[in-house]
Design a protein around this ligand. Structure first.
Ligand code: ATP
Length: 342
């Protein structure tokens, strides 16, 4: 459906996009994930035709888009701040794209009613935009973007402004909606949790380049670089040398899973793979901080200062969590030790 080849966009000396290759298949939801300034919005703008690339090609359904103006590209774009027209009611907002396409009145009314039901706001046509909650506005913006049935729906931080509970609920609803409609979606977000729920595939960006692309599970299980690992929230990353079934690290020898390629590399230790032992049985550490995280497992995050090597983050259940200031030993679970980059 969508294909970018070597797309580059520069602003002065900054390469907002640097030779980006990207594909989105029919009916696929791809989420572009990355820190602020990594080029996510520029990517959407270039596909929508709101920004011209300096180099590279963009194709939609096999057709080169270089000379195609934005309104003829068949893409729907929902912006970060969802900018509804305040002077129009809900129905007027949703009908906007249909009017532009010169749909008849009865046809428009029917489609607006259908879309509002779909986003969970049946019968809201006459409501004023100012009377809507943030979540309701977001749904109206989505209905407006879906109305002209774009070949490709693009969402820029679709749930950006909403509080956490609402985001968690809406993102699940969105996923179900896109799957029911068979939509092809390219969404950007800086929130990995949101991307992992919504996406069939995630694309992690860093400084205008694609750092990794894969299913949420692939990216989580096997981050391609230290950047991706840290972006996903994993801070236990060290230089290591793998030899057989162990790796030499600043924390001493760590077990690694069978088949880990030998040689110098970066190693990630997931916090759940850092287990508490008696001081004499493991790497001696002092508990520097203890943070209760809640969640299903009543998890606690521990910040440990080992006798040697950088700080370690550990995750354990509340009932097993030592107090701050206590000395503990630490052992490593090989299944949670990952060689970065394969
Ligand atoms: N119109 C512009 N003029 C100059 N520089 C720009 C322009 N648009 C973007 N940039 C720069 O290009 C880089 C990428 O910006 P972009 O908005 O695409 O990032 P982003 O990943 O969407 O960030 P955010 O998550 O903060 O929205 C940044 O360094 C930004 O300052």
């Amino acid at each position: 459906m969508l294909r970018l080849d070597g797309v580059t966009v520069s602003f002065g000396g900054v390469r907002a996009l640097d030779a980006v290759d990207l594909e989105v298949a029919d009916h696929e939801t791809v989420c572009v994930l990355g820190p602020s300034g990594s080029g996510k919005s520029t990517l959407l703008r270039v596909v929508a035709g709101l920004q011209e690339p300096d180099e590279g090609r963009i194709r939609l359904s096999g057709q080169d888009q270089t000379l195609v103006p934005p309104h003829k590209r068949g893409v729907g774009l929902m912006f970060q701040d969802h900018q509804l027209f305040p002077q129009r009611d809900v129905g007027g907002n949703v009908a906007f794209g249909l009017r532009m396409r010169r749909a008849s009145r009865p046809e428009t009314a029917e489609r607006v009613a259908e879309l509002l039901s779909m986003v969970g706001l049946p019968g809201a046509q006459r409501r004023a935009v100012a009377t809507l909650s943030g979540g309701e506005q977001q749904r109206v913006a989505l209905a407006r973007a879906l109305a002209p049935q774009p070949d490709l729906l693009m969402l820029d931080e679709p749930l950006g402004q909403l509080d956490r509970g609402l985001r968690e609920r809406l993102v699940v609803e969105l996923r179900a909606l896109f799957s029911r409609l068979g939509s092809t979606v390219l969404a950007v977000t800086h929130d990995q949790g949101e991307a992992f729920v919504l996406a069939d595939r995630v694309v992690v960006m860093n400084e205008g380049r694609v750092a990794q692309s894969g299913t949420p599970l692939e990216v989580w299980q096997q981050p391609a670089s230290e950047f991706v690992a840290r972006f996903l929230g994993f801070d236990n990353v060290v230089d290591a040398t793998v030899h057989g079934d162990t790796a030499g690290t600043p924390w001493g020898k760590l077990p690694v899973p069978d088949g880990t390629p030998a040689g110098a590399c970066k190693l990630l230790v997931r916090p759940t793979g850092v287990r508490m032992t008696a001081v004499e049985d493991g790497l001696p550490c002092t508990v520097e901080a203890r943070t209760f995280r809640g969640g299903d497992a009543a998890a606690v995050t521990l910040l440990l200062q080992p006798r040697r090597g950088p700080r370690l983050e550990a995750s354990c259940a509340l009932r097993e969590a030592p107090e701050a200031g206590v000395s503990v030993g630490v052992a490593f679970d090989e299944q949670e030790v990952v060689r970065i980059g394969g």
